[in-house]
Ligand binder design. Structure first.
Ligand SMILES: N[C@@H](CCC(=O)N[C@@H](CSC=O)C(=O)NCC(=O)O)C(=O)O
Length: 273
């Protein structure tokens, strides 16, 4: 990875790297926060951002660095899709670039580059850990990235030791954002969609780690797109521990994310140490 930016931040370093991704077949940028005195003992929290984001939104808006420095947590924030002129795109903000949905696409024209599942779970960790970090990993994210955090953790239980989400798309098979993306990336056959639906996966999960989820009750997307009730039902069905916090008055924005970032970082730190 080639270092393209570095800023001292609360005694740690906020870095930005670019690298050539074999999995995605394009050049990618990724943000990495390194706490002071990081080393092989330092756990890594992967942050997955939402629709329209790059690796920069979280770094600039979530306000995570002060506490991450104090807790000794590294944070890796990848981009939300493959990038570049050769990469397929769509006119809508909710498909194509900026909207990779953390799946491995199977359908043309997406399958050539859109493999965000493999990128986050298989390609990035060795690159990140080669910076001198540990192999204990957590995952969190917002909205489309909350969906990504839940499904990648539920699909890779031994890979992630902690998971949380802000305003996640909990049941993509049953909401407009998910149906549009899954039809394009995974095809018309809904049988293939279940493998990337957090509510389906959690309903079948066997005693996974506790999951923390926060949603804002003034979130315009809550009823139509997020479907938290489906995740609650799934947790009941499998006897999983879902710590679901409904936060009165909060919307879908990074102001909401920033407001509860401390609780999520402490939640991850407790399980990753
Ligand atoms: N432009 C769209 C909504 C885009 C949006 O709200 N993106 C969110 C994530 S939504 C789900 O994944 C976001 O994080 N935006 C970036 C930011 O910095 O706030 C619309 O107009 O509806």
């Amino acid at each position: 990875m080639e270092l393209i930016e570095s800023h001292l931040c609360f005694g740690g370093e906020q870095r930005r790297y670019k690298h050539s991704s074999k999995v995605l077949g394009c050049e990618m940028t990724v943000a990495v926060f390194l706490p002071p005195d990081f080393g092989p003992h330092t756990p890594v929290l992967y942050w997955l951002s939402g629709l329209t984001c790059t690796d920069e939104n979280f770094v600039q808006k979530a306000g995570a660095q002060r506490l991450a420095a104090e807790l000794g947590l590294a944070i890796v924030a990848p981009d939300t899709s493959p990038r570049g002129d050769a990469v397929a795109d769509d006119a809508g903000y909710d498909l194509g670039k900026g909207a990779g949905f953390y799946v491995n696409a199977t359908q043309a024209p997406w399958a050539e580059h859109y493999r965000m599942d493999d990128y986050v779970v298989r390609e990035l960790p060795p690159l990140v850990e080669a910076l001198g970090l540990g192999q204990r990993r957590g995952v969190s994210g917002h909205s489309m990235g909350g969906h990504g955090a839940l499904v990648l953790a539920l699909r890779n239980r031994d890979h992630f030791a902690s998971v949380s989400a802000f305003s996640p798309i909990c049941n993509p098979m049953d909401c407009p954002w998910g149906q549009k993306a899954f039809t394009a990336y995974l095809g018309e056959d809904k049988a293939g969609w279940a493998a990337y639906d957090a509510s389906v996966l959690l309903a079948e999960a066997k005693a996974p780690w506790p999951i923390r989820v926060d949603v804002g009750l003034a979130d315009n997307f809550l009823a139509e797109q997020l479907k938290v009730e489906s995740l609650e039902q799934a947790a009941r069905q499998s006897g999983s521990v879902l710590q679901l916090h409904r936060q009165a008055g909060y919307d879908h924005s990074y102001f909401f994310v920033a407001s509860f970032m401390e609780a999520h970082l402490r939640f991850h730190a407790a399980q990753l140490k």
